[in-house]
Design a protein around this ligand. Sequence first.
Ligand code: GDP
Ligand code: IMO
Ligand code: MG
Length: 436
Amino acid sequence: MNQRKSAVILGAQWGDEGKGKIVDVLSEKFSVVARYAGGHNAGHTVIIKGKKFVLQLIPCGVLRPECKGVIGNGVVLDPMAFLSEVKKLKDAGLTVDGQLFISNRAQVILPYHRMIELAAENAPGRTKIGTTSRGIGPAYEDKMHRSGLRVVDLLNSALLRTHIENACHEKNTIAHALFGTEPLDPKTMYEEYSRAAEQIAPFVTDTAVMLNHAIDNGEKVMFEGAQGALLDIDHGTYPFVTSSSSTAGGAVTGTGVGPTRIGTVIGVTKAYVTRVGEGPFPTEIHDSTSDLLRARGQEYGAVTGRPRRCGWLDLPLLRYSNMINGTEWLVVTKMDVMDECAEIPVCTGYKINGKVTDVIPADMPGYNAIEPIYTKLKGWNSSTEGITEFDKLPQLAQDYLKFIEQESGAKIGMVSTGPDRDQTMTLPAFEEALQA
Ligand code: GDP
Ligand code: IMO
Ligand code: MG
């Protein structure tokens, strides 16, 4: 790596790969951690010596007092969710004042976004996505429609009042006409959100300027991805995706730091695959092995508590994800969850309508026609929990990782063998690259 490299860390699958844990481990080597996409639909778990934190909007870097946190312009910010997260951190003894910054250009989620989403998700004839019901999609719709409210305007009392009055009139009319929804009261909304704005004001700044200055000064910035590559609005399994650019390109547009200033991309992948919500999942397991992985891996949504669907590692998906992100390094998490599998099928290719291919189709009939081609690897059948050196892993676990590296086209830089910060190994070449 070149000197003082900044890095994007992102999910290589459908989210919940363990990004939070890895961002926390690596943030020791970075001065700033910036979220660039999504909102409080994310749930990033960090466990430090048994103490658990789940961060939704706030970058995981703030758990280290010397690390700054930035909520970039690409994020959709729910002011109430933000304030309650700040409070939770304060209650846990962490102060974020002077350490945490919000982009003045980030978009604001308001109650009518949730109202529209809930009504639309349950409307007859609509494709149900199984969203997190946080108002994420409708807030991004308003952004692209150029009718959204930005954080800078949330702080302008007169603008806020007019915006809420106009938006409520429009959204209430639509929601009532289409879904029979009860209207929201703009007066109460204005009062609540103008109070929230006062509390948010001290955090707000031009974070593009801040991040670029930090890089000018030789500081390293980490871009913390939310969701995962296959949930990306453009590259994911549309329409079963989120509404933002969760892939590496999103780090550029979502923070205002140009691509030439970002040195590397690190993809986080589970040793298997999970997905929450609806949508295609070629390697999904439909027998009791799924329950075993769910139980061992505690595969329940960090935000919604929904059980995650479980499946075998999908290498065409990982290769595709590595390609669209330009992933240089891979982090493989949850190795310990596979400790009791006697045999591990890994999908090495797809057969679609009789043709073998590596390319993920773009359409629903295409997704549905995928027949995964499996190679069966032997399970290691012994505990890897908490192992922190590659050579100490059982030989078959080492072979599994080498197979992933060889087949995915990215180098393995780290392996995680448990949820705690300490249950992690960093491989020497990656360690060296990070020192640069
Ligand atoms: P994120 O959204 O990518 O940050 O991931 P989540 O926090 O939603 O889900 C990952 C879950 O796996 C969390 O409960 C983590 O504590 C846990 N986890 C992360 N790495 C490991 C690991 O190596 N082993 C085990 N057993 N759990 C892990
Ligand atoms: P982290 O950052 C897993 C999924 C939802 C749903 C779809 C759209 O913790 O990995 P949305 O509310 O975004 O409109 O829902 O995307 N989804 C996630 N799945 N991890 C996430 O975030 C997710 N964020 C959204 O379950 O299928
Ligand atoms: Mg998560």
